[in-house]
Design a protein around this ligand. Structure first.
Ligand SMILES: NC(=O)c1ccc[n+]([C@@H]2O[C@H](COP(=O)([O-])OP(=O)(O)OC[C@H]3O[C@@H](n4cnc5c(N)ncnc54)[C@H](O)[C@@H]3O)[C@@H](O)[C@H]2O)c1
Length: 353
């Protein structure tokens, strides 16, 4: 894509915002969802491992690698719920895509915005397969950084037009409603999670807390609803009461990771779950009937970031929306790395002192 193989294109936050706005947020989400779905459909080709997590008292830092044998990708991502109180993001990320044949990186990019887009697109891909037919109203509980992206992905992919918003912090709800105003939604701001779920066909929980929280209790979830549980994504960090899990059919990305990090950490290790890729390929059934409660126990898996990296790489050409990073050494003779260093100290034509 980029002619000089020794230059790595780098997409900054500023360039990512320009790229998203140039393409259009909803089109970006729809096109990205197609890449994510395509990669879920070819699930067996990927190298898969639960992400490598380093936990601390305040948060987690994780590395998320995968490869399809042609490209290799990884994301660095953190999760620090207390950060917003200090003016920082809960989640920040960056990632790299490489060429497996040479091992050379072909893209480095910010992934904070890209994570919000890919998480929302993945949620919508799952909901397209699992949500009740004709769903038009979604509750969003947790109105922080991810929330507007969730709303727009569900509008673009499922036609959601009605939103019911709730956050323990009313300022977050006001921010979310303000940002989504004029974008084609009828928005109701609510004073409790109970009020938010009333009449909703889809319930998205996307809160941040470093504990076993109970955002939804069993009595709040009626028959036929689809739950998109996004915020419970670490050991000891869940959002749903266990009884909801027992009444739901549970769909996950990669069971070895979700059993550590997802809502199902509350259940025995052999509790039956269905892998999303199997639903998307038709190997497993998604929604069976109108009364079934479906739960997408989302934690975020490396292939989704890989799809996002592929998508961004494919959009960059001709946009100029990247910087050229000089991060690969390129001596004239590949084995003369030290010679290159010496020549940098005394470039040709320099007069020795
Ligand atoms: N599954 C995935 O792939 C994925 C990807 C990205 C982020 N996440 C997770 O999603 C969550 C939200 O991320 P964010 O970037 O939007 O965080 P954020 O800190 O920007 O927003 C979280 C919001 O949740 C609200 N909240 C906390 N407890 C609540 C409660 N009990 N009831 C209602 N609202 C509550 C907070 O007030 C805040 O507004 C985090 O836990 C993050 O780790 C998951």
């Amino acid at each position: 894509m980029i002619p000089n193989l020794n230059i790595v294109p780098f997409v900054s936050v500023d360039h990512m915002m320009k790229l998203v706005l140039k393409i259009g947020v909803e089109r970006f989400l729809s096109d990205l969802a197609a890449y994510i779905e395509e990669d879920f459909r070819r699930w067996p080709v990927f190298d898969k491992t639960p992400r490598v997590a380093s936990h601390s008292a305040d948060g987690v830092i994780e590395l998320m690698p995968t490869s399809d044998n042609r490209n290799y990708g990884f994301k660095y991502v953190n999760g620090h719920p207390k950060n917003t109180r200090e003016g920082r993001q809960t989640v920040t990320a960056f990632g790299v895509l490489s060429d497996v044949a040479t091992g050379y990186p072909v893209l480095m990019t910010e992934m904070t915005i890209l994570t919000a887009l890919r998480t929302a697109a993945t949620s919508a891909v799952a909901a397209k397969a699992l949500a009740p037919r004709g769903a038009s109203c979604m509750a969003i509980i947790g109105n922080g950084a991810q929330s507007e992206f969730q709303a727009l992905a569900f509008k673009a992919l499922l036609g959601i037009r009605e939103l019911r918003l709730y956050d323990i912090d009313p300022d977050a709800t006001a921010k979310c409603a303000r940002n989504l105003a004029g974008l084609g939604f009828a928005i109701t701001t609510c004073h409790s999670a109970q009020e938010a779920v009333e009449g909703a066909h889809i319930i998205t929980t996307v809160t941040a807390d470093k504990q076993y929280a109970t955002i939804l209790t069993d009595n709040m979830v009626g028959a036929g609803v689809h739950i998109n549980a996004v915020g419970g994504d670490c050991p000891g960090k869940t959002e749903l009461h266990r009884d909801i899990l027992l009444r739901s059919d549970i769909f996950v990305e990669y069971p070895p990771q979700t059993r550590i990090e997802g809502e199902i950490q509350q259940l025995p290790a052999d509790y039956p779950v269905t892998e999303l890729w199997q639903v998307l390929t038709g190997a497993a059934v998604g929604r069976r009937d109108a009364r079934q409660i479906t739960l997408f126990d989302s934690v975020g898996f490396a292939t989704e970031d890989f799809s996002a990296l592929r998508y961004v790489r494919d959009q960059l050409q001709g946009t100029g929306l990247y910087q050229e990073l000089d991060m690969l050494a390129d001596p004239d003779e590949p084995r003369d790395l030290f010679g290159m260093l010496l020549r940098a100290a005394s470039p040709p034509g320099a007069v020795a002192a």
